[in-house]
Ligand binder design. Structure first.
Ligand code: URA
Length: 247
């Protein structure tokens, strides 16, 4: 796999470039571009859709560095793999990587339990990890749940309002629970506490028997990415991951 399939190949829109580089939200970037605050190779560019490959981009007097040097991977984690580097927990999600990728300092942005499947991001970019996982960013993550048992009647309301999780007195952030028929639901969380969905469902009267993350930020797990496979994250996908971040 070409793990460095990056901006060089097709380029990235100028507004997405600024957003990926952490300089503005996508919407703010469009405003900055419209107002003439952004230069491409020394010339003011007012076109958000302009595609950037290797050009020099500046915002005011400050250069905006390309995120192209990072390795960002999109993984469809199957169940049965642990999100850790600790060999004692093998098999690991890192076992999916080839030798070249295994040598890179890839970090996991938003771990999944061994028994959970779905969309996982691995990256060498510590800033991306921070932006996806810092509680203040409130990046939404959607989980599909299969559960046994019957949830309390006010489960949706309790998720919306938040409740303390067992011994953890901190109230959960407002979460959107959607009941989808017998033993099936989806939930959108804007935080990531250990085993959070399993613990929330247990507190509401059920027991999770299957859990799958199918959306992170505004990015859906691509239908053509089979369980156990991975590929480079496209710049546009990176922008989607970050587009619902609060800061
Ligand atoms: N909540 C869980 O309980 N497990 C996960 O893997 C992710 C969210």
């Amino acid at each position: 796999m070409d793990s460095r399939k990056t901006i060089q190949s097709r380029g990235i829109r100028l507004d997405a470039f600024l957003s990926c580089a952490g300089r503005a939200s996508r919407k703010e970037a469009r405003g900055l571009i419209r107002r003439g605050a952004v230069q491409v190779d020394g010339e003011v560019c007012r076109e958000s859709a302009r595609r950037i490959t290797r050009e020099r981009v500046t915002l005011g007097d400050n250069p905006v560095h390309s995120p192209a040097d990072a390795t960002d991977l999109l993984v469809h984690k199957p169940t049965g793999l642990s999100c850790t580097r600790d060999e004692r927990e093998s098999p690991l999600v890192f076992d999916l990587l080839d030798d070249v990728l295994r040598r890179r300092e890839l970090k996991i942005a938003g771990r999944l339990d061994r028994a959970t499947s779905g969309l996982l991001v691995l990256t060498t970019d510590g800033d991306l990890v921070h932006r996806l996982t810092h509680p203040g960013r409130k990046v939404p993550k959607r989980y599909r749940i299969a559960f046994e048992g019957v949830l309390v009647e006010d489960a949706i309301d309790r998720c919306r309002k938040g409740f303390p999780l067992g011994a953890d007195a901190r109230v959960t952030r407002p979460a959107e629970l959607v009941l989808e028929g017998q033993g099936r639901a989806t939930i959108v969380l804007r935080e990531g506490r250990t085993h959070q969905v399993r613990r929330m469902i247990r507190a509401l009267g059920g027991e999770v028997i299957g859990l799958h993350r199918d959306r992170f930020g505004a990015l859906d797990l691509p239908k053509d990415l089979a369980p156990g496979t991975l590929r480079a994250l496209e710049p546009e996908e990176r922008a989607l991951l970050l587009s619902e971040s609060s800061l």
